[in-house]
Design a protein. Structure first.
Lengths: 551, 272
């Protein structure tokens, strides 16, 4: 029997000598490329660089907090360091990390498309990102900025004598890069799907990216205009947000969080996208409740727009509006929990393969759950007033952003590494680093819940001596975490030359990205695939696999 | 394996074979042209290529069909959807600053009234008419491009450009008047017309929003004018016709949007 046509597009595995990496050579073939895969790599390199820049600041903060006195950094330097840590990590790492690096690479492959809808705009968005990043680097080398990543007025407009203008301009510029990425993804998902790839046959990665892109498209412009007004105020000395001149600083907070809370979902939804793919691939099952997971992404994106004022419970907003925002905040837990339960249900009675991506997935599910549940504590007004601006908040959002997004990012890097490079990473080292990251992460941030709950405020370089034990634990954890992050730098680079050749589908996963060779050819598919199966159709796939092996 | 699946598979196989036959990749532009144009921002997603339109070979891909699209229809739909999405972003962009406008309008109602009464509504009305006229010529340009009437397209686009420039010129005149009167927000702000000095901070806020809103609008007009010049050049070169007019249509969407923004700004800043 010949292999069935239903599945043979997944089995096409001819030896390819040409791929997107060796199609052209030279610096300009990269800097002027319009290939979504190369642009994805450009993003991958730039966000990784900035991750370590942000990580450096984080590590310095942890070192300073080893002792209760301010002995390593002055208070001014400490202010600058936590500000730069936040700005670099949020605007230049977390927001572009998964969508712009992995999403750029994988999304068109998953859709069976040759490229994103607007390749030139895709390249442009990388240049915009780099322009913003250059402003960020400029600020770092010329003396920093000390407003906190939130740029609260009137401190940022009237009093701070650091580089507020250049920083906000950098964030403003970078925003357009994520708007253009979101726009590109939405149009691509609507218009570039392969024949037969209906909406409900799409991998959940695509649904989640779609939701992310909507948030990018609709929230980011509000940040842009807010930072524009801030820059205007700082330059002209007018009082848009300055109470002395008739302005309202709380309005700034409203406008800022109208973007910056949805931005949290720009960070977490793509991580959820990766998790869905990995759970299906390593359990060899359909995702339980596919449609619920798909719509949960959209629900998170939608509800994410309605909860911003929960950052402002102590900023003097009316208690009635606070009650409504508190209630809406609780609602976000529903779609988030749907996702967590459905991933867990998918794993139930499956034979799970414990490869590295799956280890990160397990880390993600556990840590995201803790981060999410503590988010509910903070969404409840009474608790929020108690722990507001304490290390409890710091621990909560690091559980989401580091425990969630970074875990998802690393899961994705390992899962698609064979597709991106054509080589396998060394499994043993990767598992070691996943373990280090999990242990180091918990050791770093769990003590912060405790120390925050008993009253240690965030953003101070010195603290009361009774908090020292927990802070030392936290710093020790940060050291382990740093080792866990540096390790992949070595073994991933090593694998580029010495890794085992991966072949087109090393995981035996379904999904169009595994139907093409690794690394993929420049045009992605030699033949446009025609899709006649549902997403994650592992039962049919495994059956067909057995049949072909019996031939 | 069911009967239906088998049929589906056969169809899929036929389709794939067809794809193989037609998969000669039309990547015609040489690497140097790629270098020259690839950072050139094109809202329409159109790529300039080295070859001229040809009607002799019916199997040759259209010269403006980009390699990653199946056909011109897909390309057209993608570029119009892309512009609609961009406009959605723009609505939120202007929406943010309008939101702040409304908050302060509520807080400083009298100052807002004094500020907007100070504007010359006659000039504003005239300028609004000019801009609506430019929307008409823009719509006619899209229509002409669809019909493949090259000269008419060029004329209509040029008229749009002229009307847009008139609008910007009048805006410049208004700005210079305001600055002469000391109404530019900042240290030297003065507002002498009203007898109540308590209104001055509010009027300054009003003028800040006036300059921010109209300035952002004018910036969009300037970008639009640049795009128009490019479109005029492309129309002159005969790029557009019944099967390919996407860039003009997308340009039109943008232009109408910028007009509609003004339709909101005009009453908010001059009349109420």
């Amino acid at each position: 029997m010949t292999p069935s046509t239903l599945h043979d597009v997944r089995f096409i595995e001819p030896e390819k000598t040409r791929n997107y990496l060796n199609e052209d050579y030279g610096v300009f073939s990269w800097l002027l490329t319009k290939d979504h895969k190369r642009i994805g790599i450009l993003y991958l390199l730039s966000v990784t660089l900035l991750f370590f820049v942000g990580g450096f600041f984080a590590f310095m903060l942890r070192l300073e907090l080893l002792t209760p006195e301010g002995d390593l950094l002055t208070s001014d330097t400490y202010n600058k360091f936590f500000t730069l840590h936040g700005i670099v990590m949020i605007f230049f790492f977390l927001i572009p990390a998964i969508p712009a690096a992995l999403g750029n690479f994988i999304l068109p492959l998953m859709l069976g498309a040759k490229d994103l809808a607007f390749p030139k705009i895709n390249l442009l968005s990388w240049y915009i990102y780099m322009t913003g990043a250059i402003f960020g680097i400029y600020v770092i080398v010329t003396g920093g900025v000390d407003t906190g990543w939130t740029f609260y007025t009137p401190f940022s407009t009237q009093y701070s004598n650091t580089h507020v203008f250049a920083t906000t301009l950098g964030a403003f510029i970078t925003g357009f890069s994520s708007i253009l990425t979101g726009l590109n993804f939405i149009v691509t998902i609507h218009r570039m799907r392969a024949p037969g790839l209906t909406w409900f046959r799409l991998p959940l990665f695509v649904w989640s990216m779609y939701a992310t892109s909507l948030v990018m498209l609709l929230a980011t412009p509000v940040l842009a205009i807010t930072l524009f007004l801030l820059m205007l105020e700082r330059t002209l000395g007018v009082g848009i947000f300055d109470p002395a001149l008739g302005g309202d600083p709380v309005l700034y907070q409203h406008l800022f969080w109208f973007y910056s809370h949805p931005a949290v979902y720009i960070m977490i939804l793509p991580a959820m996208a990766v998790i869905s793919e990995c759970v299906a691939a390593f359990t060899r099952k359909k995702i339980f409740g596919y449609k619920f997971v798909a719509f949960a992404s959209l629900a998170i994106a939608f509800l994410g727009f309605l909860v911003w004022a929960h950052h402002m419970f102590v900023a003097g907003i009316s208690v009635y509006s606070a009650m409504i925002f508190s209630f809406l905040t609780m609602l976000v837990a529903v779609p988030s929990a749907i996702k967590v339960f459905n991933w867990t249900a998918t794993m139930y009675r499956a034979s799970v393969s414990w490869q590295t991506p799956m280890l990160y997935v397990m880390g993600f599910i556990g840590l995201f759950t803790i981060g999410g549940v503590t988010g509910l504590f903070l969404g409840a007004m009474g608790v929020d007033v108690h722990v507001h601006d304490s290390y409890f908040v710091v621990a909560h959002f690091h559980y989401i952003m580091v425990g969630g997004t970074v875990m998802g990012y690393l899961a994705g890097i390992h899962y698609w590494w064979p597709k991106i490079t054509g080589r396998m990473y060394p499994e043993w080292w990767a598992r070691l680093s996943a373990l280090l990251i999990f242990v180091g992460f918990n050791l770093t941030f769990f003590p912060q819940f405790l120390v925050g709950y008993v009253g240690m405020p965030r953003r101070y370089h010195a603290y009361a001596p009774e908090f020292q034990v927990l802070n030392v634990l936290s710093t020790a954890g940060a050291t382990v975490l740093a080792a866990g992050y540096i390790l992949p730098m070595f073994y991933l680079f090593w694998s580029l030359w010495y890794g085992r050749k991966a072949g087109s589908n090393p995981w035996g996963a379904v999904g169009l990205e595994w139907a093409t060779s690794s690394p993929p050819p420049k045009e992605n598919f030699h033949v446009t695939p025609v899709v006649t199966w549902d997403a994650y159709d592992y039962p049919a796939f495994l059956k067909a696999m057995r049949e072909t092996q019996n031939v | 394996m069911s009967e239906r699946q088998g049929v589906e598979m056969q169809n899929a196989e036929c389709k794939m074979q067809k794809e193989i036959l037609h998969s000669a990749s039309p990547d015609v532009a040489g690497p140097f042209l790629h270098f020259a144009f690839c950072i050139c921002f094109s809202a329409a997603g159109a790529e300039m290529t080295a070859i001229e339109p040809t009607h002799e070979d019916h199997h040759a891909p259209h010269p403006f069909l980009q390699h990653h699209f199946e056909d011109l229809g897909q390309q057209h739909e993608a570029s119009t959807l892309g512009m609609w999405m961009f406009l959605a972003t723009e609505i939120l962009f202007f929406g943010g600053v309008l939101c702040a406008y409304f908050v302060y309008r509520g807080m400083y109602h009298d100052a807002w009234k004094a500020g907007s009464h100070h504007q010359n509504w006659m000039i504003g009305t005239g300028n609004t008419a000019v801009l609506i006229g430019s929307s008409l010529t823009m719509a006619l340009a899209v229509w002409a491009a669809q019909l493949g009437r090259r000269k008419l397209t060029v004329i209509m686009l040029t008229l749009t450009l002229i009307l847009g420039s008139v609008f910007l010129g009048v805006k410049m005149y208004e700005y210079s008047e305001h600055i002469h009167e000391g109404l530019f927000p900042g240290k030297h702000f003065t507002f002498v017309e009203h007898n109540n000095p308590a209104l001055t901070p509010g009027v300054q806020l009003y003028m800040t929003f006036y300059f921010a809103l109209t300035g952002l609008h004018a910036l969009h007009m300037v970008i639009g004018a640049g795009l128009l010049i490019w479109m005029i050049w492309r129309a002159w070169a005969g790029h557009f016709g019944p099967e390919y007019y996407g860039p003009v249509e997308v340009m039109g969407l943008y232009w109408h949007f910028v007009d509609i923004v003004w339709i909101f700004l005009f009453p908010l800043l001059y009349l109420v």
